[in-house]
Design a protein. Structure first.
Length: 179
């Protein structure tokens, strides 16, 4: 833990001191939160008056930091497990839908809705390549905007600068956090 008994005699930048003083802090303890050897966050404890921290205080802070780290990591692992369980359940549901419906125009809209609902996505689309293999044509989409795009016959050229164009050209998945 990092302990600062009095902000006015610390090595913090002026901006950091102003930010902490906005919370009426004069003394500060910063505790790391870790998952294994990886830092995942910090806990900041503060007091409005200067504090003299003892070795006992430091041991308590370390213990708190370790317990918080364990709890947060356990919660993260539980979320991952629950997400994986949802993925498996969705795969089963999609397999059931796919095996019971042979007509693509009926199958694809049900699939995008199932994926959207199961994973709480804002939007899900399915593009299929046209017969010439030149364009990825939107075949199913969720939401009002998706329906408008479907009605307009939205398509993207294979190899275009779009994510879909790149995936259709390379034949490999792409994950992007900002389209």
């Amino acid at each position: 833990p990092l302990t600062i008994e009095d902000l006015s005699s610390s090595d913090f930048s002026e901006q950091e001191i102003i930010a902490l003083r906005n919370f009426d802090m004069q003394s500060v303890v910063v505790l790391p939160i870790r998952a294994g050897s990886r830092a995942i966050g910090v806990v900041v404890l503060g007091s409005g008056a200067p504090q003299k921290f003892t070795e006992r205080d430091i041991r308590i802070f370390r213990s708190f930091s370790e317990q918080a780290s364990l709890r947060i990591d356990a919660a993260r692992l539980l979320q991952q497990t629950e997400r994986r369980a949802r993925q498996l359940a969705t795969n089963a549901a999609i397999s059931q839908i796919a095996s019971s419906i042979l007509e693509l125009d009926m199958l694809l809209p049900q699939l995008v809705e199932e994926v959207k609902t199961s994973f709480a996505y804002d939007h899900v689309q399915v593009f299929l390549m046209d017969d010439a293999g030149k364009f990825a044509v939107l075949r199913a989409s969720t939401g009002e905007v998706g329906q408008t795009m479907l009605e307009a016959g939205h398509r993207l050229e294979k190899g275009s600068q779009s994510v879909i164009g790149q995936v259709t050209a390379q034949g490999k998945p792409v994950i992007t956090s900002d389209t």
